[in-house]
Design a protein around this ligand. Structure first.
Ligand code: MN
Length: 131
């Protein structure tokens, strides 16, 4: 993995390509999963420190993915940002209530995406700092 890996769980190729390009410009490496179960497997195997999550996925939906992340002692601290076309009143609150740390609606705005990822990306402690 590169210096700043991010996992994006998204079934739509065009969205994955867009997010990959936007985040690569800021030094992030986007690891891509096309469905919920392979996303969870990738998260367990590679432990990227941030997850971008589509809600409409072909197998389990994104809310089930975030539920499984929050139920797993080793994964539960991972920040999750939901990215979805669903922009109905109350969606943001619903996603946050169900365990997402933040929410971004499609169509994606590059600067908004970058700002959210930077805000939630865990900062490594300085070398020698107490954990
Ligand atoms: Mn989708």
């Amino acid at each position: 993995m590169g210096d700043r890996p991010v996992l994006y769980i998204e079934d739509n190729f065009h969205n994955r390509r867009l997010v990959r390009k936007i985040l690569a410009s800021r030094g992030f490496e986007v690891l891509e999963a096309e469905d919920g179960l392979s996303g969870l497997a990738m998260l367990r195997a590679l432990r990227p420190p941030l997850v971008l999550l589509d809600i409409g996925l072909p197998d389990i939906d994104g809310l089930e993915v975030v539920a499984r992340i929050r139920a797993d002692a080793e994964l539960r601290a991972t920040p999750v940002i939901a990215i979805t076309a669903s922009a109905m009143r109350g969606d943001r609150e619903r996603f946050l209530e169900r365990g997402c740390d933040d929410y971004l609606s499609k169509p994606l705005q590059a600067l908004e995406l970058i700002a959210l990822v930077e805000r939630h990306y865990p900062v490594d402690p300085a070398p020698g700092a107490e954990a």
